[in-house]
Design a binder for this molecule. Sequence first.
Ligand code: UTP
Length: 306
Amino acid sequence: MSSDAQSRPATSTGRRARKAVIPAAGLGTRFAPATKVVPKELLPVVDVPALEYIVAEAAREGLADVLIITGRGKSAIEDHFDAAPEIEEALERKGDKQRLSRIRRSTELARMHYTRQREARGLGDAVSYAEAFTGDESFAVLLGDDIIDERDVLLARMLDLQAETGGIVVGLIEVEGRFISLYGSIKPAGELVDGVIEIETLIEKPKPEEALSNLAVIGRYVLPPGIFDALRRTELGARGELELTDAMRVLGQDGVPIHGVVFSGRRYDTGDRQDYLRAVVRLACEHPELGADFSGWLAEFVRTLE
Ligand code: UTP
């Protein structure tokens, strides 16, 4: 470890994070065989890949530098955020200005950076690849398959809170007990006040009977630079992966404050087939061009199921 890495501050207060890290190197086994060749982060939600919604969310919050953690077989991700001159020329010839601006949007959202996780060894391992990119600054982590509807606010509150505390801030949702084993589970240190809760500790994917509460961690985090040292001090979890949840617990044990912002808006885990389908149907119904016809068809179709 370099002396530079050793001297990274555990916390950083006063300044809103300016960089985003999007881990997108997972194998997407729940969505196989679709994910054999196409990264799950690029599966389209109507006509835009899931990952573009997430980069757009980061950009809306002023996170102008975005690092995507990719892996083997995922180079199409870089291509998506690059120019596509042949398609652009074809659209120009057709005079389709609207689609032209939509295809160019992905190249204009943020300054894009990429690095490759050598093996899919867990979310904590993926985040550890961001150290040189974020340096001594706090940063946001947005999971590459977790879409938060742009009309519902979460990340802005998390960034503001983290600038105040300098510690860790995670996004939370309330889940029914039997679903907690899909998520990280938190033990509150106090009451929920105005949607914010202080966290005593947290564990990854507990059995329902071992859950610490019904509050589950979702794919939004704002982390201080001390997380990298904590990741180095964290042992592999039960799944043989380096868990981000475990590293956050280590940092919490050092006295770094951990808070959660409870989210009750629209969210889609597009790595899960059911949730992916819900996202596509819902956003298709609301789509400015497709919505009216599609929802008419859907209402008819639902009647045939009754
Ligand atoms: P998931 O656990 O949902 O991704 O990780 P996964 O491992 O691809 O899922 P399944 O269970 O096999 O279907 C959440 C996010 O973290 C990234 C994933 O790409 C996803 O965006 N991730 C996960 C990594 O970047 N590296 C990893 O080692 C694991």
